[in-house]
Design a protein around this ligand. Sequence first.
Ligand code: XMP
Length: 554
Amino acid sequence: MDKILILDFGSQTTQLIGRRIRDLGVYTEIIPGDSVINDETPGTARADQVRGIILSGSPESVYDRGAAPDRRVYSCGLPLLGICYGLQRMNFDQGGRVEPLPEREYGRIGVTVGKKPAPHNAAARFLEALDSRFTAWMSHGDTLTALAPGLGEYGTSDTGYPAVVIHDEKPWFGLQFHPEVTHCERGAEILSAFVFGVCGCSAGWTMERYVEEVRASLGARIGKNPVLLLVSGGVDSTVAGALLLNALESDQVHLMYMDTGLMRRDETETVRANLERLGAKRLHIIRCGDEFLSALKGVTEPEAKRRIIGDLFITIQEREVARLGLPDTYFLAQGTLYTDLIESGQGVGKKAHLIKSHHNVGSPLVDLKRKAGRIIEPLDRLYKDEVRRLGRILGVDEEVVRRHPFPGPGLAVRIPGEVTREKCDILREADAIFIEELKRRPAPRADGDAPAAAGDGFVKNGGAGGRSLYDDIWQAFAVLLPVRSVGVAGDVRKYGWVLALRAITSADGMTADVYPFPARDLLEISTRITNSVKDIGRVTYDISSKPPATIEWE
Ligand code: XMP
């Protein structure tokens, strides 16, 4: 399968480049910008399908701390595309000059493409994608002040600096702007011209093909050995389970799910039904709610709660896995995604500083299996939306495929203060109503108008063909606050708990904006909650973005 290699110099948009090209049907792989380029890289059996290399952007400067690619990038004979820093790097490494701008250029900037004839056929195919005038998207503090020998300027930004650069003889291209960013006009066409027109890739990256590849490689690696996967009920682990069940004999596939008592309403039964429908025969549901609730008794400090949950998770996991009595040769599967690898700095990308350490509960079992070379991560080449697509192909229930993320410590981080069974029950009830309402209410139209409510006060099912509020929101949930407030029921004063609703939009959970609810939806949802959950007296909406707040409350 044809592949485009992306050398990552640390830009925030490197992943986007990878995503955009995959959307065109071509497989991409991101490796650190300074990786050794040798027979092990574009030359090997797997890598000889590399058809072109992209040099990404970077927050650094070429003349300062910016990393350089292995010089062999320039002699391997493959087409190159330098984006922003990637272009500056190419120019600098070939003997050109790069200097700081008097003022950083940021945002939409016009580019004019001159009438100079294309120096070679690849350049002609590349230039076809560019209009004579278009609005690009830029973010750079340095610029090219003298082009290296062999490089020519074919497009100029409105500020007068080179924006499109092409080599006279080699299939080397450079853009001072970011075609991967949606605000960049013709961005997809430009990437497409490089990938198909210049590199000659064919669009062979499909989820059907991925399933075939995984089937073959898992079969060869695992043979008849058992595989154990810990499932949480979320998208990643469910799709990983579906893939294992599709690729292996169902008797081989052990799925373990821990009901910590901190789950949402009906979660365990839904997980069971979904996995059984996918063909699971060896499903081990561990009900350990009592253990978790007694370990959390009297504990109010957020970090202490997280620590207790993490530790107990590991203890129970080890105990229960031992109880299964699997032979030592068993494999441990994980639903790790491509972005998880990048974020944890494991060999790909440069973004180690983005690790969400508190989310990755270290597990001795995983360490042990990794040392023994018996970990399998069948989703580790996929982005989240590709996992969703894969899930659909494998027949994973749509409700799971489009599900919002749910944190490992579950409702415990949504009950500030002490966690008790009673509070979990109240929160489960209120949260289920909130989510049910979001699923049946249509999303506002793209023009920003709130949808009209139906006569009964509740709008009709948002799922009937259109997008629902739930689909419009990245993550939504309820939080039970440790506060009682006064209200009236008939003639009597009554004290009820305060519930906070949270709904955010986000790209990846790293930052988040508050979801701008149509007011009517919030009012109706609040009314339904206070009418149905007797212990809740008041509902509030959390209007904090991340940063400074986090998505969860603890
Ligand atoms: P925060 O609260 O850090 O959350 O803004 C970002 C995203 O991560 C989820 N989250 C977790 N996921 N284990 C997980 O698997 C955890 O301990 C954890 N804490 C937060 C959170 O729901 C949001 O999607």
